[in-house]
Design a protein around this ligand. Structure first.
Ligand code: MIC
Ligand code: SF4
Length: 650
C-alpha cells in the first residue's frame, strides 16, 4: 500500500508524540526537548514551576535568559534577575546573564538543534524554526509544566507550504519576505497554522535570514514556522562549533499540505509595515515622503551578525541625519564582540549611532520612547499602538538595510533610489565563541536558597468553576486587541511583572483608563471582544491580571492561540459567539449569566449565555474543544488540574 509523504512538521510531531492525533484540529500532546524563558515572563513561569513541586527540570536543556528588562531603574528588576538565577541553579537550568543577548538570537546561535522541539515563554520562540527546530511560544505555566517533564498539548495545526523560488534582488531582504506574507495574509492569517518553507529559494537564504522569517511568523498568529535543515544549516552550525548537532531534515517529496503559497523571491520589493500593525504593509516605492525622527536597529528579528555587518557597511563614512536619533542593539554578545573585532562597531559609532546593550531594549519599550508624534523606523516585529512608550508616535517596520539608509537620509528611503553599490556580507566560517555569560546548571543545586525580593508577590489562583457565573460586561472591545493593550508593558511597568496586584492598576488602560477601577469596584465580570483577541505577546499576565480583577469569562469572535491557552490555564472561560452577529447584541454594562455551567460544560460545546439586560439568550462555544481543556476549566486552571491529577495518582 502506498503511504502519503509527510511534511517536516508532521515528522517532528510524530517523533515527539506522547498522545493524541496528528489529524488537523485534534488535540496532540508532544514531548518538549528544550525550553527557554526570558525575564519578563520568567519570574511568573518559575513561581509556577515552584508551585508544581518539581525537583529538577526533566528536559534535555532548559535555558533562562535575562534580556527584556535590563535597565534596572529600581531594585525590582535586579531582584527578578537574582530570583531567576537562584531558581536556575536549584532546578538545573542554564542561566544566560544580562548582556549575553536576546533569548532568540542566543538560542539560535548556541542551543538550537534541528529536529528537536522547543517551548518558550515568549511568542517569538519560533525564531529557531530557522534551524529546523519545531519551536513554539506558550504561556509561562505551559513552559513550567514542560520543564517538569509534562507533555505540551496543542491543537494539530493546518500545515501550509510556502514555496520559495528564485533569489532576492539587491536591496530586498529576508524581512521583506515575511512582510510580503503579512501583506497577503494579515495578522490573523496564520492562526491555527504552521508555515513550512521549501523550494529552491530556501537554499539562497542563510540560517539567520530564515530565522528572521520564522520569527515574524508570530505576527501572522501562526503556531510556528519551520525551514528544512540543509547544507546552509550545517554551515551555520559548523561555524558555531556545533557541527555534531546537525542532521539533514526535509519534507517528503510527495508531502501533502492543506495549502500552498508561492513566493517568487525575484519579485520581492523592499517593503515597510505602516502604523499600527505589522500587516499594514506597502511597497516602499509607493510610500509618500516620510521624515523620521528615530531609527532603531536590532530586536530578535534583525540583530544577527550579518544584519549588523550590513548596517555597518552602509553607515561607514556617513553621518546620521541631524534630525534622526539612531540606536542599535546587537542581538548577542557574540555579535557585538565580532562587530568590535572586525571594526564594524567603529564604523557605526563614527557615523553617530548610539549603541545599546544586547537586549530587547526599545522593542519592548525599555527606553527610547519616540518624541511626541514622533516617527520611528524600526527593524523590529511589532508596531502596535503605544508599544514604543509614546501613544501618539508612528512606528514603521522595515529591513536593516532600509533602516540604515534612512538614518542617513532622514526619511524612509527606498535604497534603490540611491545608486548605491549592492552590499553583500558573507557568513563567517567561524563565529567567535565564548559562552562565559552562560552559567551551566550545577550538578546538585539542591542546597541553593531561592532569592525572593520584596517585589515578587504570589500569583493569583482560581477556584473550581462554579455552577453559575454572573456579572456585567466590564468592557466591549473591537478586533485585534493585543496583549500590549490588555497588559501594557512600558519601561515603568515592566519591573512589576512579578507583582500582579500592582500591575492590575494598569490592565486594559490603553482601551479604557477607568477599566481597573470599574473591574475592582464591581468585583469582576465579563469582557467582550471582536476577532483575534489577545494577539501578540505570550505574556500570561494578560490572563492573570484579569483573573486578579475578577474577570470570569471573555466572549470574543475569535482568540489568538497563546492567549486563549493562557485564559484556560487561568481558569477564565474563553467563549466564542456561535453567530458572529451576536457580538452586536451584547453591550457594555449588560448583566450576563451562565447557568448550570457544570452540566453545560460537561455535556456539550455550546453554552447558553443570557444577557439579562437585553433579555436575550445567545449561544456561545467554549474555545476549549477537548475534554482535557474542559477539565482544566472545571478545575479552575492548569495548576489546580495538575495538582488534582497528582493527588489522584497517589
Ligand atoms: C513581546 O515581544 O511582546 C515580548 C515582550 O517579548 C513578549 C513577552 C512578554 O510580554 O514578556 C512576547 O512576545 O511573548
Ligand atoms: Fe524582545 Fe522584542 Fe523579540 Fe519580544 S519581540 S523577544 S521584546 S526583541
Amino acid at each position: 500500500m502506498r503511504t502519503v509523504g509527510k511534511s517536516l512538521t508532521e515528522k517532528i510531531l510524530q517523533h515527539h508524540k506522547v498522545s493524541g492525533s496528528l489529524t488537523m484540529g485534534q488535540e496532540l500532546a508532544i514531548k518538549i526537548d528544550h525550553t527557554l524563558t526570558q525575564d519578563s515572563t520568567g519570574t511568573m513561569a518559575y513561581l509556577q514551576l515552584e508551585a508544581l513541586g518539581v525537583d529538577r527540570v526533566q528536559t534535555k536543556r532548559s535555558v533562562a535568559y535575562i534580556d527584556h528588562n535590563t535597565l534596572q531603574v529600581g531594585y525590582e528588576n535586579a531582584d527578578d534577575h537574582a530570583y531567576i538565577q537562584s531558581v536556575a541553579a536549584k532546578y538545573g537550568i542554564y542561566f544566560s546573564r544580562p548582556g549575553n543577548g536576546i533569548c532568540h538570537q542566543v538560542n539560535l546561535e548556541r542551543f538550537s538543534i534541528p529536529g528537536d522541539t522547543l517551548l518558550g515563554s515568549d511568542s517569538h520562540t519560533p525564531t529557531c524554526g530557522g534551524m529546523g527546530m519545531l519551536a513554539m511560544g506558550a504561556g509561562g505555566l505551559d513552559v513550567a509544566v514542560a520543564m517538569g517533564g509534562g507533555a505540551y498539548y496543542l491543537t494539530m495545526p493546518e500545515i501550509v507550504n510556502v514555496r520559495l523560488t528564485g533569489s532576492l534582488p539587491a536591496w530586498s531582504s529576508a524581512k521583506d519576505i515575511i512582510l510580503e506574507l503579512l501583506r497577503r495574509l494579515t495578522v490573523k492569517g496564520g492562526v491555527g497554522k504552521v508555515f513550512e518553507y521549501s523550494g529552491e529559494g530556501v537554499e539562497t537564504l542563510s540560517v539567520p535570514e530564515r530565522a528572521t522569517i520564522t520569527n515574524m511568523g508570530a505576527e501572522l498568529g501562526a503556531t510556528t514556522s519551520i525551514f528544512p535543515s540543509d547544507h546552509n544549516t550545517y554551515a551555520f552550525l559548523q561555524a558555531q562549533g556545533r557541527a555534531d548537532d546537525w542532521q539533514e531534515l526535509k519534507a517528503d517529496a510527495d508531502a501533502v499540505y492543506a495549502q500552498v503559497i508561492s513566493i517568487n523571491l525575484n519579485e520581492i520589493e523592499p517593503l515597510v509595515a505602516c502604523p499600527h500593525s505589522p500587516d499594514q504593509v506597502v511597497q516602499l516605492a509607493t510610500l509618500p515622503p516620510t521624515a523620521v525622527n528615530q531609527v532603531c536597529i536590532g530586536s530578535c528579528t534583525n540583530s544577527s551578525y550579518t544584519d549588523m555587518m550590513k548596517v555597518a557597511e552602509i553607515l561607514k563614512h556617513h553621518t546620521v541625519h541631524p534630525g534622526v536619533s539612531l540606536v542599535i542593539s546587537p542581538g548577542s554578545k557574540q555579535v557585538l564582540t565580532m562587530l568590535s573585532e572586525t571594526g564594524a562597531l567603529t564604523d557605526m559609532i563614527e557615523a553617530g549611532a548610539r549603541i545599546l546593550e544586547c537586549a530587547c531594549g526599545p522593542c519592548i519599550g525599555m527606553g527610547q520612547a519616540p518624541a511626541t508624534e514622533g516617527v520611528s523606523l524600526r527593524t523590529f516585529n511589532r508596531n502596535f499602538h503605544g508599544r514604543s512608550g509614546t501613544a501618539n508616535a508612528e512606528i514603521y517596520l522595515c529591513s536593516p538595510e532600509v533602516a540604515a539608509i534612512s538614518a542617513i537620509t532622514g526619511h524612509i528611503t527606498d535604497p534603490r533610489t540611491m545608486q548605491l553599490a549592492p552590499i553583500s556580507v558573507q557568513m563567517p566560517d567561524a563565529f567567535m565563541i565564548h559562552d562565559n555569560l552562560i552559567i551551566p546548571p550545577v550538578v546538585d543545586g539542591s542546597e541553593g536558597a531561592i532569592k525572593r525580593g520584596p517585589n515578587i508577590k504570589p500569583f493569583p489562583q482560581n477556584h473550581a468553576l462554579p455552577d453559575e457565573l454572573t456579572g456585567s460586561i466590564l468592557l466591549k472591545m473591537g478586533n485585534n486587541i493585543t496583549t500590549d493593550d490588555i497588559m501594557p508593558s512600558p519601561a515603568w511597568l515592566l519591573p512589576l511583572r512579578s507583582n500582579i496586584p500592582a500591575l492590575s492598576k494598569h490592565c486594559l488602560t490603553p482601551i479604557d483608563p477607568d477599566f481597573p477601577a470599574r473591574a475592582a469596584k464591581q468585583g469582576g465580570g465579563f469582557l467582550v471582544a471582536g476577532e483575534n483577541y489577545g494577539q501578540g505577546s505570550s505574556r500570561e499576565h494578560a490572563a492573570l491580571v484579569p483573573l486578579y480583577l475578577g474577570v470570569k469569562g471573555v466572549v470574543a469572535r475569535s482568540f489568538a492561540r497563546i492567549h486563549v491557552a493562557n485564559l484556560i490555564n487561568s481558569g477564565i472561560l474563553p467563549l466564542v459567539f456561535v453567530r458572529p452577529e451576536d457580538y452586536d447584541v451584547l453591550q457594555a454594562n449588560d448583566q450576563l449569566s451562565l447557568d448550570h455551567l457544570h452540566d453545560q460544560v460537561k455535556h456539550g460545546d455550546i453554552l447558553e449565555l443570557t444577557d439579562r439586560t437585553q433579555q436575550v439568550t445567545i449561544q456561545v462555544k467554549i474555545a476549549a474543544p477537548t475534554e482535557r481543556l474542559k477539565d482544566i476549566l472545571m478545575a479552575g486552571g492548569l495548576l489546580s488540574y495538575t495538582k488534582n491529577c497528582h493527588e489522584r495518582r497517589q
